[in-house]
Design a protein around this ligand. Structure first.
Ligand code: PLP
Length: 475
């Protein structure tokens, strides 16, 4: 593709994206295709000769779009939001255009130094501990961030795991509400699922019980295990429960165990002073902390920030310097080589999109976005609470509201089946998309607000639609 051709098609692509966002609300939120539809529509064999780009755009419209679930749709309320925005898309395009692979400082100093600077900006914007300055890195996901933290924590236990493999019974502490990526990290590191210890939660708040954590740590150490890491969550995936980080941190300190705080979804809310409480305990206790601008901070996937209070154990755990990567800057020790801060070697210039987002919106614009989501969630919760046919969970500090119909006259199992069937009907309609969870064995619907295109009228329409569908007699 010549620069001239690139210019021509590039303009078409940018126009296509802009048009897509303009017409997105007219499409069904959840893709309506059946398994195999998209694959069947794609040729079984690749073209022998190049075809030009017009066909790509035509097939994007004809084949790809029907198979897309529209995460940026104003009525997308499933999981957690996965925001994008104009400046993020443009920043990512610039990253692709530069085609930089920033594994070493030397392979593109700007890629490394902008990342360090932008991570420091985020320390300021979120009011994070000063110890995180200069110790931040962008990962592809919160899952990778917790894996890196776990490897560093294993290193800090003082064994020779990096050289000899795990030769002792290492244990990892989570709660029933912790994201599954922690158990996955335990499997990958060789700690194993059986050594993931599940700490009790308060049945009402679903927050981790520090006294039970203390008891498990004492019991395990007495039995010869080596407790490695505790993961506390601020804003759990299921219901946005908040673990008591200060109290958990005290327990970790008493046992000399690494504390990782996973605030994948909720951490970015700290951009607003009224949400700064999400950082409670970090300065005193957190060895590592992660949050995802790619969820609720207007930055498209992938962009997880990970900070460490002390980066040394991570570098010891992950740094290997083969001859082919040796270079003067690395051996001088004066630079950061982010390849030592992550699982893969290669890395994209992700800082560009976050830099674009922060510069475009400014701190005030980012705050306005978070506040808009939280305000809409509050409004929705108040509408649900006012309807006697529904019950709503009181806890909705961020953008997620959990609720269910009361289904008069149905036994709990039947009521759960009815709630799930209601959700299926709503999602199949294409009018909105929401997901569910279980608390105390019972099904709850989850409606997460926070997409940049979502306005009050969309949340109102979703609520009206839910009520109408719940009241509809079903066969
Ligand atoms: N931790 C929490 C609390 C989450 O809610 C999620 C995803 O929703 C994750 C971790 C995993 O995020 P990622 O997709 O970035 O790995």
């Amino acid at each position: 593709m010549t620069p001239e051709e690139f210019r021509r098609y590039g303009r078409q692509v940018v126009d296509w994206i802009a048009d897509y966002h303009e017409r997105i609300a007219s499409m069904p939120v959840l893709s309506q295709v059946k398994p195999g539809d998209v694959q069947d529509a794609l040729p079984a064999r690749p073209p022998e000769e190049g075809e030009g780009f017009e066909g790509v755009l035509a097939d994007l419209e004809r084949i790809v779009l029907p198979g897309v679930t529209h995460w940026q749709h104003p009525s997308f309320f499933a999981y957690f939001p996965s925001n994008t925005s104009g400046p993020a898309i443009l920043g990512d395009l610039l990253s692709s255009g530069l085609g930089v692979q920033g594994m070493l400082w030397a392979t593109s100093p700007a890629c490394t130094e902008m990342e360090t600077r932008v991570a420091d900006w985020m320390v300021d914007l979120l009011g994070l501990p000063a110890a995180f300055r200069g110790n931040g890195v962008i990962q592809d996901s919160a899952s990778s961030a917790c894996l890196v933290a776990l490897l560093a924590a294993v290193q800090r236990t003082g064994g020779s795991a990096a050289r000899d493999g795990i030769d002792r019974r290492h244990t990892l502490y989570v709660s029933s509400q912790t994201h599954s990526s922690l158990e996955k990290a335990a499997r990958i590191t060789g700690i194993g699922s059986a050594n993931v210890r599940v700490v009790d939660v308060d049945p009402g708040t679903l927050a981790m019980d520090p006294a039970h954590l203390d008891a498990l740590l004492t019991e395990d150490a007495a039995a010869g295990a080596v407790p490695v890491m505790v993961c506390a969550t601020v804003g759990t995936t299921s219901t946005t429960a908040v673990d008591p980080v200060p109290a958990i941190g005290e327990v970790c300190r008493g046992h000399g165990v690494w504390l990782h705080v996973d605030a994948a979804y909720a951490g970015v809310a700290a951009v607003c002073p009224e949400f700064r409480w999400v950082n409670d305990g970090l300065a005193e206790h957190a060895d590592s902390y992660s949050t995802n601008p790619h969820k609720w901070l207007l930055t498209n996937f992938d962009c997880t920030l990970l900070w460490l209070a002390d980066r040394a154990p991570m570098i010891e755990a992950l740094s290997i310097l083969p001859e082919y990567l040796r270079n003067q800057a690395t051996t001088s020790g004066d630079v950061i080589d982010y390849r030592d801060w992550q699982i893969p070697l290669g890395r994209r210039f992700r800082a560009l999109k976050l830099w674009s987002v922060i510069r475009w919106y400014g701190a005030e614009g980012l705050r306005a976005h978070i506040r808009a989501g939280a305000r809409l969630a509050d409004a929705l919760a108040s509408w649900i609470a006012a309807d006697p046919a529904f019950e709503v969970r009181d806890h909705h500090p961020f953008g997620l509201v959990c609720f269910r119909p009361r289904w008069a006259g149905l036994a709990p199992d039947e009521a759960d089946a009815a709630t799930l069937a209601l959700m299926e009907r709503l999602n199949a309609s294409g009018d909105l998309y929401l997901t569910h969870t279980r608390v105390g064995g019972r099904v709850l619907l989850r409606l997460a607000v926070g997409g940049p295109a979502t306005e009050e009228r969309h949340v109102r329409a979703a609520w009206d639609r839910i009520r109408e569908e719940a009241a509809r007699p079903t066969a």
